[in-house]
Design a protein around this ligand. Structure first.
Ligand SMILES: [Zn+2]
Length: 103
């Protein structure tokens, strides 16, 4: 992605329909690395669920998420929120550093 502020970087996410569908973040600070890490966490969450399900009466019955599953889901969503904040701060700092460096 290129813009007129000179903030583009090779590690920044390129427009991709796949990532827009899977992550829900189209913000310029969300990187391909962020996507890859979120993909891994989602994969591990699903894998963990299928390991957990046969051993949990609640999950095996199709009930709403049990406390264990709910905590795993919350951990992924909390990571996602924190990463958004961190990536946004890094993106903005990089732009500020460029502006200050050019002055
Ligand atoms: Zn369960």
């Amino acid at each position: 992605m290129n813009d007129d502020r000179g903030l583009a970087s090779p590690r920044r996410r390129q427009p991709s329909r796949r990532f827009e569908i899977t992550t829900g973040s189209a913000e310029p600070w969300w990187t391909e690395a962020d996507d890859a890490e979120l993909d891994l966490l989602a994969y591990e969450l699903v894998r963990g669920y299928f390991e957990h399900k046969p051993r949990c009466a609640s999950c095996a019955a199709g009930d709403p998420p049990c406390p264990h599953l709910r905590r795993a889901i919350e951990a992924v969503t909390e990571w996602r929120e924190a990463r958004e904040l961190r990536s946004r701060a890094e993106y903005l700092r990089a732009g500020l550093d460029r502006v200050e460096g050019a002055a």
